[in-house]
Design a binder for this molecule. Structure first.
Ligand SMILES: Cc1cc2nc3c(=O)[nH]c(=O)nc-3n(C[C@H](O)[C@H](O)[C@H](O)COP(=O)(O)OP(=O)(O)OC[C@H]3O[C@@H](n4cnc5c(N)ncnc54)[C@H](O)[C@@H]3O)c2cc1C
Length: 813
């Protein structure tokens, strides 16, 4: 096809590995009328200079899924599209220097097994057999990944583009998009070669993604780092060895020393993730050039010196080589280091597939995910880890730079369950931050809101180093136990700023909501839990619904779900209805425990005998509050919702009144323990699109009597066919470690499910897990095994319902 087409169903902006993969996967999905616009030549962005490593390793389930898919795709791609390319599956050896690191390897090997990959944890004396030139002194072991390798990024991009073209797509090079306008029905993109109209657009602009985003009125949360790798000359000994054995060395990653070392021809490629590191284009005196195609930053070896020395000591062969070339290129980072793949927040018919830090190894999977978003509006795997809506707009430039540098400088760091990364903190503060801080709160951010995780006493170790453990117990453990005991025996107060809240008003709001959720809409004065399913019956989200009036509902949802849930509601909002986001206007305290009524009776004349799942307006310290009779902790309790400006007065009054009743503050760690004991699911852990509402054990929230609701047909079909896996609560004979997210469940040597959250239940005195189990095994008393960091331990399926207060008598008390 000659020249720029006048229109296309989808226009992809950016011709790197990711944009090309999006185009290819849209073609595979049968969408042939698609165009890719590239401002220079294909690969001109980060792709041309990438090292081309293709690991499958990730401690994130969804990212591992994506990378595993890429590796599989790349194996067959050359043949599939008729474009031979260099893809060397060499395997990799990932070195560990500590016992904690080996636990990480065991956990990832477990995840790999569940995804059908055979990763192997090696002892120190097994490493040399895999990698003959390494010094093993000081190593605790290694992870061998037979699927790892390297690919030529330019060939990969060209192969994907060829495959897409062969399916009917069009690639227009030297065609920068300079403007975008929404007509109300389609996008009109301006380029020097003319205009092109598109039903959908995709920002695949790599490190230019923020510039591309601006054309759509979107502020992309990102920054740009410089990353270098060093290419070394031929080493005769390595050449001789390679010829003798007939293959290259596996890729070596010394993750505790923070570098990769790959055999490149008969020499080496050494790529450190150094710390201190260097951001680019982050300050006014270093503006981003309009065009950086096929360019590099100047070499900057000084800051890599430690890593070069360390690598030469680890693999002495490297010291024999001459440095031939340095590649120093731009690499974009989001604040959490994961890319953006999915709907462009707040912008119609627009998607993002950009800001990839590991865009070569993720391009294949990303193309699949993006194509599913565009063509089906949903993805096969839950991809929240990459969903653009996980950022909610508070991530300003300084925040993005601070977090990007933190992630880069700790690229291979272990992600410990109780560790809080220190950069970019204190962005959003509770109105009673000073009060809870004075009580010893140790904070962690939730959608930027700082919440107390636990309350330290004098002498407790509150250092960051103490958090860096996989172990259940740390300095917080004793405190959390006492916090849970206070909630069980007296009363606790948890400051919960940043609950996402939306009020929807308008005629017929209840009828509309009934179509959106699987269950019933509460009557005026009552509240309830509501589940939103997609058309396949999969769990989109969970919200508390308070029926404020005949034509008004208040929806309350997780802090981190703010942009996601708002987007979902707005996309499906009925005509005549108005949605108001009140998140920033209100704050919440959870007051819960058997003495909660006595505590609140001292500060309000509200009717505290109103039953569970009701709400009322009341006054505390003269301020208007909303009292909701619910407790995520599973005890008698209320959520006290107050306007931000009123909250300090409300807190002070409740705190004073509570002193006579043993009131003490509790934090998010305690809440997590308490909610697991009640079987209450956490969003994007236990509740995700990886599961249907029925698999999630939420049938009691399904009102089959309704003639229709989103997902009804799919759920009905699933029920008739038989649900294949079911939500269970497990009592786990864990040792010092709790099962991590996606720890696999085994039965008779076969993977039969996974744990979606687990922790110590202080009220029941046991490690409990929530998870999904093959339906035939999901019967009370059944014993299975959970793989906890490589060790299989006994787990018993508990009777259906919560492990604590199964009859909910305490809640209703
Ligand atoms: C030194 C180095 C080594 C690396 N090694 C690896 C590795 O081993 N493995 C790995 O997985 N990743 C690696 N990376 C990261 C990898 O290079 C990137 O993640 C990946 O290339 C991103 O691909 P992309 O398609 O998203 O973006 P890019 O390749 O940057 O492509 C974006 C494209 O968009 C085009 N564009 C921008 N604006 C417009 C516009 N307005 N109109 C039209 N077109 C536009 C650009 O010209 C560009 O071609 C490395 C990065 C560096 C710097």
């Amino acid at each position: 096809m000659a020249g720029l087409p006048g229109s296309a169903r989808v226009v992809i902006i950016g011709g790197g590995a990711v944009g090309a993969s999006c185009l290819y996967h849209l073609g595979l999905a049968g969408w042939r009328d698609c165009v890719l616009l590239e401002k220079n030549e294909l690969t001109a962005g980060s792709t041309w200079h990438a090292a081309g490593n293709v690991p499958t390793f990730s401690s994130s389930w969804s990212i591992m899924n994506m990378q595993r898919y890429s590796a599989g795709l790349y194996r067959g791609l050359g043949d599939a599209v008729g474009y031979p390319m260099n893809y060397n599956v060499t395997g990799s050896v990932r070195l560990g220097h500590s016992a904690e690191r080996l636990l990480e390897f065991r956990r990832v090997a477990g995840m790999g097994a569940a995804q059908g990959m055979d990763l192997e944890v090696l002892g120190p004396d097994e490493i040399a057999a895999r990698y003959p030139f390494v010094q093993t002194a000081g190593l605790s072991g290694a992870l061998y990944d037979p699927y790892d390798g390297d690919i030529d990024p330019a060939q990969l991009t060209q192969a994907l583009a060829k495959g897409a073209r062969d399916m009917g797509a069009h690639v227009e090079r030297f065609c920068p998009v300079t403007q975008a306008a929404w007509t109300g029905a389609e996008w009109v993109l301006t380029t020097p070669k003319g205009e092109i109209r598109a039903e959908y657009v995709v920002n695949a602009g790599g490190y230019y993604a923020a510039e591309v985003g601006r054309m759509f009125g979107r502020r992309v949360p990102m920054m740009v780092m410089s990353h270098q790798y060093l290419l070394f000359d031929t080493i005769p000994e390595l050449e001789a060895w390679t010829k003798e054995v007939g293959h290259k060395l596996p890729l070596l990653r010394d993750v505790d020393s923070s570098y990769y070392l790959r055999q490149e021809k008969m020499g080496f490629n050494l790529g450190p993730y150094e710390n201190p590191c260097r951001a680019h284009w982050a300050t006014p005196d270093d503006p981003m050039p309009e065009d950086f195609s096929f360019q590099l930053f100047p070499d900057d070896l000084e800051r890599l010196e430690w890593h070069i020395t360390d690598a030469m000591a680890r693999v002495p062969l490297l010291a024999e080589a001459n440095l031939q070339k340095v590649i120093n290129g731009p690499i974009p980072y989001t604040p959490d280091g994961n890319p953006l793949i999915g709907p462009m927040p707040g912008v119609p018919n627009a998607f993002e597939a950009c800001v990839f830090t590991f865009g070569i190894c993720q391009a294949g999977g990303a193309g699949k995910v993006l194509a599913e978003w565009v063509t089906e509006g949903a993805t096969e795997w839950d991809m929240w880890s990459c969903d653009p809506r996980r950022f909610t707009g508070f991530e300003d430039h300084d925040y993005c730079v601070a977090k990007g540098m933190e992630v880069y400088g700790h690229e291979y760091a272990m992600q410990f369950p109780h560790h809080v990364w220190p950069a970019g903190r204190m962005k959003k503060l509770s109105p009673v931050q000073d009060r809870v801080a004075a009580l010893g709160a140790q904070f962690g951010p939730y959608n930027g809101w700082e919440r107390a995780l636990w309350y330290a006493a004098d002498g407790d170790d509150t250092s960051e180093a103490a958090q860096q453990t996989w172990a259940r117990e740390g300095p917080w453990f004793r405190a959390v136990k006492a916090e849970c005991a206070a909630v069980r025996d007296a009363c606790g107060i948890l400051d919960l700023p940043g609950f996402s809240r939306f009020v929807i008003r308008g005629p017929g709001v209840a009828a509309w909501l009934a179509q959106q959720i699987t269950g019933r809409v509460p009557s005026v004065g009552r509240l309830g839990l509501a589940y939103f399913a997609d058309d396949k019956g999969r769990i989109i989200t969970e919200m508390s619904v308070a029926r404020l009036a005949e034509n008004a509902v208040l929806l309350i949802t997780a802090a981190t779900a703010q942009a996601h849930d708002k987007d979902w509601l707005q996309r499906h909002l009925g005509s005549g209805l108005v949605l108001e986001d009140q998140t920033d206007a209100w704050s919440t305290q959870i007051v819960t425990g058997p003495k909660a009524r006595d505590v609140l009776a001292g500060v309000t004349d509200a009717d505290l005998t109103r039953p569970w799942l009701t709400w009322q307006e009341a006054r505390i310290a003269g301020e208007e509050v909303l009292l909701m009779r619910v407790s995520f902790a599973g005890e008698l309790g209320w959520e006290v919702h107050s306007r931000v400006g009123d909250t300090p007065g409300v807190w002070d009054a409740v705190w004073r009144a509570g002193q006579a009743h043993g009131l003490r503050p509790f934090g998010m760690f305690a809440l997590n323990s308490l909610r697991i004991e009640k079987g209450y699911r956490a969003w994007k852990g236990d509740l995700s699109t990886d599961y249907t509402v029925l698999q999630g054990g939420l049938e009691r929230f399904v009102d089959w009597g309704k003639s229709d609701f989103r997902g009804r047909a799919a759920l009905m079909a699933e029920q008739q066919a038989g649900v294949t896996k079911r939500f269970v609560t497990l009592r786990i004979d864990a040792g010092e470690l709790d099962p991590p997210y996606m720890a696999t469940l085994w039965h008779q040597g076969v993977v039969v499910g996974e744990v979606t959250s687990a922790g110590w239940g202080h009220r029941v005195g046991a490690c409990l897990g929530l998870g999904m189990l093959r339906a035939d095994l999901a019967v009370p008393g059944r014993v299975v095994e959970v793989e906890v960091f490589g060790e299989r331990v006994r787990a018993e399926v508990l009777p259906e319902g919560p492990a604590w207060d199964a009859a909910n008598a305490r809640l209703r008390g």
